[in-house]
Design a protein around this ligand. Structure first.
Ligand SMILES: Cc1cc2nc3c(=O)[nH]c(=O)nc-3n(C[C@H](O)[C@H](O)[C@H](O)COP(=O)(O)O)c2cc1C
Length: 143
């Protein structure tokens, strides 16, 4: 099974509502196409790990998406087994409580990151994703 991990920058900061809408539409599409993984948004920056048999096609769509820029492929390769059982998206909404019931949402905090970034995933992916989180929280003005 193929995987790709990339990072990019949103052309404009996204509101909690916009993030939630995207979560819902990406989740539905990914379920349909057998794509699993992890998408994280922080302060206008994106990082996503996707795995499945149709990642190339999805990645082509993502690269062509004009709502972000500077898409950079960080790593790609193969995994013998799916690393993630599902697809989820993490960010830091103003009120995480409001998002608690949103399927596939997780609050971007250290405990959730530690829980999701396990040793089963490719090492590069773990390092890139934890680095994204640590860098984000270092420069964040809250939490
Ligand atoms: C950062 C980012 C991540 C995205 N992740 C996904 C995703 O995981 N699944 C998905 O179907 N679309 C995702 N999209 C949306 C795609 O770029 C594209 O809009 C979507 O695949 C619909 O394409 P279509 O209009 O050709 O069907 C993402 C877009 C961005 C900017």
């Amino acid at each position: 099974m193929d995987y790709i991990i990339y990072a990019s920058t949103a052309v404009a900061l996204l509101s909690d509502n916009e993030l939630r809408d995207r979560l819902e539409s990406y989740r539905t599409a990914n379920l349909e196409h057998g794509i699993t993984g992890l998408l994280m948004y922080h302060d206008g920056n994106w990082i996503q790990y996707i795995e499945g048999n149709a990642v190339d096609q999805l990645y082509e769509n993502i690269r062509a998406d004009i709502s972000h820029k500077g898409v950079i492929t960080l790593d790609k390769g193969g995994v013998s087994d799916r690393v993630f059982p599902d697809w989820s998206m993490g960010y830091q909404p103003e009120n995480p409580e409001d998002h608690q019931t949103v399927t596939a949402f997780f609050d971007l905090n250290k405990a959730e990151i530690d829980r999701r970034l396990t040793r089963e995933m490719p090492r590069s992916v773990r390092i890139l994703m934890s680095g994204f989180y640590r860098l984000g929280s270092r420069f964040a003005n809250r939490r």
